[in-house]
Ligand binder design. Sequence first.
Ligand code: GDP
Length: 197
Amino acid sequence: MVIKEAKFLMSNTKVEACPAPDKPEYAFIGRSNVGKSSLINMLTEQKKLAKTSAQPGKTQLINHFLINNEWYLVDLPGYGYAKVSKSSRDEWRRMINFYLQKRENLTCVFVLIDSRHEPMAQDLDFINHLGTMGVPFVMVFTKLDKQSATKTDSTIAAWQRKLRETWDELPQMFRTSAEKQVGRDEILNFIEEVNAQ
Ligand code: GDP
């Protein structure tokens, strides 16, 4: 897919205020600092479309972008800040759950995982939650350039083992590096294929 146009539309805390659900929507989420903004900027070929995550305590927002006038890209607030308050975490959970349940045009969630890290409980809980709710999702392993291919293989194998404990079918998995521009075509082709279905 060629990105002809990528523009920021709006930020919301409420699903009801999001753009009309008239186009397929792909949402990106992950632990804070996982490389979500960098990945979105790589996909859209814009240096500053997605901004580096807000600091803990700042309002957590659902950010909508319109791509090629064909589909929505959504930057969801990340999880896993060490110092975030319980009320802030509860607020995040409420907002995200509402979004996942109510956003009727949500087509696929991209769950970003740092390819250097062994499976962590918070990521696993979120993935299991998506599976339980029947929300389609894929996994994106970020920052490939930070270690050897062997280490990335072992992280992915560990995830596959972990997920097989609960699920028969494993999600599609992408390997990316925003630094080295790896994985862009694979993700955009995936979106193009799903949009064509
Ligand atoms: P976010 O908080 O998930 O939006 O993460 P950012 O995109 O802001 O990235 C967090 C940090 O990781 C920044 O210092 C980025 O420069 C760095 N980073 C993101 N992606 C990559 C990557 O593919 N390779 C490397 N080496 N660093 C990355």
